[in-house]
Ligand binder design. Sequence first.
Ligand code: CA
Length: 476
Amino acid sequence: MRSLLPIALLALAPLAARADAPKRPPNIVYIMADDHAAHAISAYGSKINKTPNIDRLAKDGMRFANCFVTNSICTPSRAAILTGKYAHVNGVPVFNRFDGSQPTLAKYLQTAGYHTGMIGKWHLGSDPTGFDVWNILPGQGVYHNPQFIDMGTKKKYDGYCTDIITDLSLDFLKKRPKDKPFFLMCHHKAPHRPWDPDEKHAKQFENVKVPEPATFDDDYATRSDAAREATMRIDRDLTLRDLKIKPPEDLAGAMLKRWNYQRYMRDYLACVASIDDNIGRLLDSLDKEGLAENTIVIYTSDQGFFLGDHNWYDKRFMYEESLRMPFLIRWPGTVKPGSVQDGMILNVDFAPTLLAAAGRDVPADMQGKNFLPLLRGEKPKDWRTSMYYRYYHYPQHHKVQPHYGVRTDRYKLIYFNKINQWELFDLQKDPRELKNLYADPMHADTVKQLKEELFRLKKELKDDDRFEKETPKDDV
Ligand code: CA
């Protein structure tokens, strides 16, 4: 018994503080939207809207040009962010219930002395663990007069979801114990489908003609069957609930497609405008309370989204618009204002990086990398040059074939494993991914090298196909 005691104590002990740990750890405000594509943020060069408040984080901090999701769908991305691990390790490949007994970023920070809070969209099936305060939407939640679950108790709030999540976040900041650093996850529902705007922004884009994306008329000519099979097309698959208004009866074909796109984007961008206003409110409050100086503020989204690109809405595919996450971070004294980092980071990196930022050691079983050096403007010589992706959810809700793949700085190789079809894109020559080069003999060597890299990463990350036969559960 005597010999077992030290081991038991060691297992329970918080991660050791690093020797170079800051005397006063930074507070962390982690703001995450749901389905907010980087190309609908002006700091990322949006051609369709302006986000002046989100842009404040780019101006005062760093914009990551290459932040990618490891499985482009809501619930799995959230589990990967909390655990620093891929879906096949954290047990959430689709809409599985998250096992809250496993270690998470929130638990590690709580153990390290942080006051922790989770406000807004959670969507992990189980109650949050590792949070001193939590108030979450049940499942997807609704935009207007939403119900929340406040530490296990159902409560209904009057008003608009994005405003309420901000109010509750400000309340968390106000009531926090002042002698502790804090970690707040502020998770917006918006701009997730069905894109219900609030009254203030509903008409903002009414008379605006939103520019169409360059790939709006993609015919998927050289692609695998997966692209043709997917049911998330602007011209065909938006429902009356999505559109809110019945299309004029005389519209058909290309005209109907264009009408649908405008209707979809006007609501989506109005939902984003409300988020932007609320980010402004939150940042103003941090300024007013004198907290901005020692607080890391992050703005991201659980994945990207198709905004009419390739004639699609939704996400799931490993294509750029869906794979890329916005990631803006402000950290006075550490991150250079107005800087841009092109080093590749992933959602599984957030947990190890925030633990390192708090001055804690990174647990050895986390699969993500600590990108603290990148925040300081450095890029280590051995920093990753490729990333592994895997998507499982089929056939719900949009018949996107399961696939896995590798993306490097230059190329992307995707394997649709259930139908045994491949795609190769040269992102330098074809950034819009319109030309599948897999069968091109000129690229045979590239395919060979990328396959080696894909299976090397798959092995390194211990993906043994354990969820290949997963029967996806319906969303809640
Ligand atoms: Ca999402």
